[in-house]
Design a protein around this ligand. Structure first.
Ligand code: FES
Length: 102
């Protein structure tokens, strides 16, 4: 199981919108569950409270997102970024560099 945790602690609705967009893209791109390395992996989008990356979340332009169990962090994620995260990261297995946090 892959989890996409999306911070929802902003004062705006951006976190909720990002989570919704990620869910829609997973469905649209047919990647809610996929086979990789001979195993079936499901991907689940989960909203959560502060992820301690506020500089790139409520103090920035979007939401903080962490991909678990990989531990890959994204910051300032907006709903329009959902398609790239789903296609590149979940579908093709490489992170979206422009959104990566160190
Ligand atoms: S408010 Fe989103 S990471 Fe802190």
């Amino acid at each position: 199981m892959i989890h996409l945790f999306v911070c929802n602690a902003q004062k705006t609705e951006v976190g909720k919108d990002v989570a919704r967009a990620l869910k829609i893209e997973l469905k649209k791109q047919g990647l809610k569950s996929l086979f990789a390395g001979g195993q079936k992996h499901k991907t689940r989008v989960q909203t959560c409270s502060c992820l301690d990356q506020c500089k790139h979340c409520k103090k920035g332009a979007g939401a903080a997102v962490v991909v678990y169990p990989e531990g890959i962090w994204y910051g300032d994620v907006k709903p329009k970024d959902a398609a790239d995260i789903v296609r590149d990261h979940i579908g093709e297995g490489h992170p979206v560099k422009r959104l990566l946090l160190e």
